[in-house]
Design a binder for this molecule. Structure first.
Ligand code: FES
Length: 154
């Protein structure tokens, strides 16, 4: 009985150390991500906005990037302007952030304004990305233009 109590206590201490280790590890991962993505991008990654597929969009797209990840953009218009927009991606954190800011950039815009949105605009909206992830802006902007083409062709 005493022996098993001692074992339980040792197990309890080990669990506490494991919890501390996991907390510390998560903190370090978040610090790295904050540095790489900037405060704005990090916040959007932790609290994604405009995420998800849309029912009955007026225009939508499904694009596969050179990295193999996919991006979908959904647009809904009202009185000739974007009323709702959302994205869905199978990609990395940067592609999620890019999809989210791309959707945000379209709100209240006419089709002509949407046609002018470029990968550079997406990067400006995000603020910063790791250099190796800047192609995610191209994927998001490309998906947006495909969604617009889909809307225009209806
Ligand atoms: Fe493929 Fe970001 S979209 S790495």
């Amino acid at each position: 009985m005493y022996r098993s109590g001692k074992l339980l206590w040792k197990g309890f201490l080990a669990m506490n150390r494991l919890d501390e280790f996991i907390d510390q590890l998560q903190e370090e991962i978040f610090d790295d991500a904050r540095q790489a993505l900037g405060e704005k991008g990090f916040d959007r990654w932790r609290n994604p906005k405009f995420q998800g597929k849309m029912e009955n969009p007026d225009g939508w797209s499904h694009v596969t990037g050179s990295c193999g990840d996919t991006m979908e953009i959904y647009l809904k218009f009202q009185n000739g302007r974007v009323h709702k927009a959302s994205y869905f991606t199978t990609g990395c954190a940067s592609s999620q952030i890019c999809g989210s800011f791309t959707a945000q950039l379209t709100f209240g815009k006419t089709p002509e304004d949407v046609a002018d949105i470029t990968a550079e605009d997406v990067l400006n909206a995000v603020g910063q990305l790791p250099k190796e992830d800047t192609h995610c802006t191209t994927l998001a902007a490309g998906a947006l233009q495909e969604a617009l083409s889909d809307y225009m062709s209806r």
